[in-house]
Design a protein around this ligand. Sequence first.
Ligand code: SF4
Length: 465
Amino acid sequence: MTLSLNRERNSREVVVGNTPLGGAHPIRIQSMAKTDTRDVPATVQQCQQAFDTGAHYMRISIPDTHSLKALEKIKNKLVVSGYPQPLIADIHYSSDLAEKAAGVAEKIRINPANFGSSPVRHAHYSKQNLSSQYASGRANEQLMDNLAAVTRACKKHGTAIRLGGNTGSLRTDQREGHSQRGSIHLINKMSKYIDIMEELDFRDIVISIKASHPAETVEASRLMYRTLQQSEKNYPLHIGVTESGMGLSGRISSALGILPLLQDGIADTIRVSLTEKPVHEIAFAKHLLQSAGTRFLKTCKSEVCNNILEMSTQARDTDALVSEAVSTFLAMAGKPNIHHITIEAPNITDQRVAEEVALLLMEHTGISSAGTRFISCPACARTSTDMEELCRVFRKELAGFPGITIAIMGCMVNGPGEMAVADYGVIASSKGKVNVFKSGRSIRNNATAEEAVDLIKLSLSEKSR
Ligand code: SF4
């Protein structure tokens, strides 16, 4: 199925296997495998299901050389079984893996926030623990040499590169709260990377900058877009809110971050990140493309009646309901004084769903604050923890704390930045265990989910005394 949306922007066409991106091509949908990459049959099956649902690309995490070997087998099995769609190798830290993956995948993603650093060194992210090597010119030179090697490998194999920046991957000192600081740091870094790649006459580049907060994502992506424009570069943009969570809340967060950028006309490919199966991400992404720019207002004399935004939709499922509700809200966002939202959805069997969407939309947009805000990573091969189950436990036990943000992460990759801005956070350590953080500081290692919940509850009760 080909979905298209009018786009103002004339981005550069980037070849990604048999499915080019940007230019006049429709907006591409992508997702990411949540399996252990080394489990070839499970990963192949998840990719097949995703492609059958409408994914144009599937991204696969490559944390080690075993996963890289498995990627070759996954690629072969997919092609043989009639799935020639492009695969994207997701690489953090290791420039060596990125260089090798260029010969297997149609596109690689590297994260400028952690490219070329070691996971262990990156984990020690406080200002005091900064390795002097980070600041040294020699280390920087080495980093740029490594980037050049990766770029040359991609050029040789006709492989595209996404510079995928994520504020969650920044060290605490680089982020310092939900300010523009982290985004600007990343954008400067990415601009430098682009210069090096262009010097090597490489231009199959895709750019993204993501955050777990939708408003921060929109702001950062617009800033990135303006920066590219100012330097007369038109590389395609990949859009998405990272770690938006699960269920209705995750969908609302994703919609609030993606729809404004679709409406700007600057998105070339989108990824909805949910702590759920890839097929759910793709189904919702398709709804977002269909809903962008539409409004579903209840007939009333003024669009916002008595400060109540009233919506009416014929949506038949919750994905359509959420994307239409957020699209309508965004169309009304310029109107002042929205104090309440109601949604009429006669075709949704359970009316409580429409009520919950209205409630969550008010919470996510700051109109009201009734519960805890959860950030959770979508999971990938880098975690051995069942993230859906872990999130269910936390959401059930810690739901009712207005103004509190809890981050639930599958590994250290995006841990530092998220722990820096969340009130509490957990990062999966070994199977079934988590490390617990409070305001960015580690307070317990290797706790069970239940122990972590108790610890956070105790801390919250002390705080309220
Ligand atoms: S934070 Fe989650 S999605 Fe990101 S790399 Fe780690 S396990 Fe994968």
